[in-house]
Design a protein around this ligand. Structure first.
Ligand code: ZN
Length: 169
């Protein structure tokens, strides 16, 4: 069994049949992230209820890796406690930053393990991480105390929907 081709098959399958795709209501926060090096874009919404990721919905454009990763990420985090999902994100980030030296824990990463080979290609790592970073950002926004404070939200600045956020180098 060739692991690389098996992983490639998982990525292609998510690319061809993306899970949880399409923007849905209700949601607590929406973000738009771009990966300027490849031209990938994702608009992503999260809904959080009682510390659990109730829903993640998204629209994405770009390469097969970025789109497959959005499908895998959303499927993995939906239904998980925020803390567990954040732990998973750290696990995936570590794998992506390993430059091909880490194998990753399949028990934990499930389909996300298929991106292990991508870590060998620094130019593609951002493609695989785009939707994870967007999810983390949106979840942080969703958890902001302003949501629970009518006084604070009344004076909140205009929502930054559709403003592309520059990736930090
Ligand atoms: Zn890409």
């Amino acid at each position: 069994m060739n692991l690389d081709s098996m992983y490639q098959e998982i990525i292609l399958d998510h690319y061809r049949n993306p899970l949880h795709r399409g923007l849905r209501d209700p949601f607590d926060a929406e973000v738009h992230h771009v990966n300027p090096t490849c031209g990938d874009e994702v608009t992503l919404r999260v809904k959080v209820v009682d510390g659990v990721v109730e829903d993640v919905s998204y629209e994405s454009e770009g390469c097969s890796i970025s789109q497959a990763s959005a499908s895998v990420m959303s499927d993995l985090v939906i239904g998980k406690k925020i803390d567990d999902a954040m732990e998973l994100e750290r696990e995936f980030l570590a794998l992506m930053q390993s430059r091909g030296t880490a194998e990753g824990d399949e028990e934990v990463l499930q389909d996300a393990i298929a991106f292990a080979g991508v870590s060998k290609y620094p130019a593609r790592v951002k493609c695989a991480l785009l939707s994870w970073m967007a999810w983390k950002d949106a979840t942080a926004k969703a958890m902001e105390p302003a949501v629970a404070s009518p006084a604070a939200s009344a004076h909140a600045s205009p929502v930054d929907i559709d403003v592309p956020e520059q990736e930090k180098p």
